[in-house]
Design a protein around this ligand. Structure first.
Ligand code: NAD
Length: 479
């Protein structure tokens, strides 16, 4: 059991002034594995005050010096990656090898990409030859609140904290109360890197407490949030009275369009991706749309892949999926599986209850539904569990219309050997990202969506811009 560690404010570890304790539950065992403090108003106030006091100094620090701090963070982060993987595995149930190789490594990947982007970032540039003396500057937004979820904890923390630092913002991070341990470790890393006190602050708390206090705080200029669409709406409303900038990265209901000429591995790849991280990724391809001539075969492959997917405790090494994060998520997923059956989808793998041999822990059976009809609850709602819906289609137009008939628009996927069709669909799909034939986004590309998926652009160059306000200056003196 990890003993209570409190907050990191103004460069020091401090005890909570208010609020209550909260147990962190290991989802593989359902046993408490740590206790944290949930902060109250006094803690939020102290953290925002520290960030506000540190802002003038940090924004005046030359970008190259800010970047040097981030390079130091990268070094320490890499050294502590095994510990980071272990913390993530314990708090949210990612299998230990995956937690180190993918979850913790996502942080390394983002920090490296931000460092590269920062080296080429135009902090001040001429508008163009048509406007002599007009310059466009990028200025830090100010004090920013970073509110993060539990599903890819370090992916999301590094996608926010690192570009905020590079941009010259000071910040208060409120990680998910469900998975706070990795963020406490991240605060240790920042501390060791020697950032000036107050640039980075961490307060643990829940959404109703610290989350909403930050979202409505007059001294916070921006909230960068990842999580549910419900909380994204609440934060946007809470931020309205103080006219904050709000960057949202929300849920998804990714469509994966598989045509008859798709490569051999397309279906297997799609199912594996859907089940990855126990289905708890906002960009998961949870709706598999399959062209009729290859539909039956695809359903069969999906069944085989789901049945061959091992489910085991997070502490076990090797390739398997772990539990889902919490009792609440387990219950929500079970109810949606139930709903799929009740609404007449054909269950071809998995289903209700835990996998055989596991009677403790929030383990869900890798589940595949076929003959899913557009409009069914499991086709519309983000399940956030290892549950795939397969839907047949006859024509490209029909596939496009099903794929786009959702409030979400994060990542869509296309599998076909026909290049012209790939390009056509990539432009026509309503999404922030489209990945084709198993190629994931290139180094330095952003992550972000449209509509109910939020419109944040996180990562690389765009991720730094998110934390900047552009300023137009005329009459700039030649130096
Ligand atoms: P959530 O949105 O409730 O929580 C995410 C973060 O927001 C946490 O830090 C939480 O404390 C905070 N928060 C919650 N309500 C808030 C409020 N009113 N004001 C300020 N902060 C608030 O997500 P959850 O309950 O952990 O998961 C619920 C659902 O959200 C999942 O089933 C899934 O569909 C979705 N989700 C999506 C993502 C994603 O990456 N898009 C990540 C996690 C969860």
């Amino acid at each position: 059991m990890i003993e209570k560690r409190d907050f990191y404010i103004d460069g020091r570890w401090v005890a909570a002034q208010q609020g209550q304790d909260c147990l962190v539950i290991d989802p593989s065992t359902e046993e408490p594995c740590a206790v944290i403090a949930l902060g109250g108003t006094a803690d939020t106030e102290a953290a925002v005050a520290a960030a506000k006091a540190a802002l003038p100094g940090w924004r005046a620090t030359p970008p190259a010096e800010r970047l040097a701090f981030v390079e130091r963070i990268l070094e320490i982060y890499k050294r502590r990656a095994p510990e980071m993987g272990a913390a993530i595995s314990l708090e949210m149930g990612a299998p230990i090898d995956m937690a180190v190789d993918d979850q913790a490594a996502a942080g390394t990947w983002h920090i490296e990409n931000f460092i590269e982007a920062a080296k080429h970032f135009d902090w001040l540039k001429p508008l163009g030859p048509q406007a002599p003396g007009t310059m466009i500057a990028q200025e830090p937004v100010g004090v920013v609140a970073l509110i993060t979820p539990w599903n890819w904890p370090m992916n999301q923390v590094t996608l926010k904290a690192i570009p905020a630092m590079i941009a010259g913002c000071t910040m208060v991070l409120k990680p998910s109360e469900v998975a706070p341990l990795s963020s406490l470790l991240f605060a240790e890393i920042v501390d060791e890197a020697g950032l000036p006190p107050g640039v980075f602050n961490l307060v643990n708390g829940d959404g109703a407490g610290v989350g909403s206090q930050l979202s409505s705080h007059p001294d916070v200029a921006m909230v960068s949030f990842t999580g549910s669409t419900r909380a994204g709406i609440a934060i946007t409303k809470a931020a309205a009275d103080t006219l904050k900038k709000v960057a949202l990265e929300l849920g998804g209901k990714g469509a994966n369009l598989i045509f008859a000429d798709a490569d051999e591995a397309a279906v297997k790849r799609g199912v594996t991706h859907c089940l990855y991280n126990s289905g708890q990724s906002c960009n998961a391809p949870t709706r598999m749309l399959v062209e009729r001539p290859v539909y039956d075969r695809a359903v069969e492959i999906a069944r085989e892949v789901a049945e061959a997917t091992r489910v085991a405790p997070a502490s076990e090494p090797g390739a398997h999926i772990g539990p889902v994060v919490s009792e609440v998520q387990y219950g929500k997923i079970q109810a949606l599986i139930e709903k799929g059956i009740a609404e007449g989808a054909r269950l071809v793998a998995g289903g209700r209850g835990r996998p055989e041999g596991l009677n403790r822990g929030y383990f869900v059976r890798p589940t595949v539904f076929a003959d899913v009809v557009p409009g069914m609850t499991i086709e519309k709602e983000e399940i956030f569990g290892p549950v795939l819906s397969i839907i047949p289609f006859e024509t490209e137009a029909e596939a496009l219309s099903i794929a786009n008939d959702t409030v979400y628009g994060l990542t869509n996927y296309v599998q076909t050997q026909d290049g012209a069709r790939r390009n056509r669909l990539a432009r026509a799909l309503n999404a922030g990202m489209v990945e084709t034939n198993g190629k994931s986004r290139g180094r330095g590309a952003f992550f972000g969506g449209v509509g109910a998926s939020g419109r944040a652009r996180e990562g690389g160059h765009w991720g730094i811009e998110e934390f900047c306000d552009s300023k137009a200056i005329s009459g700039w003196a030649a130096e």
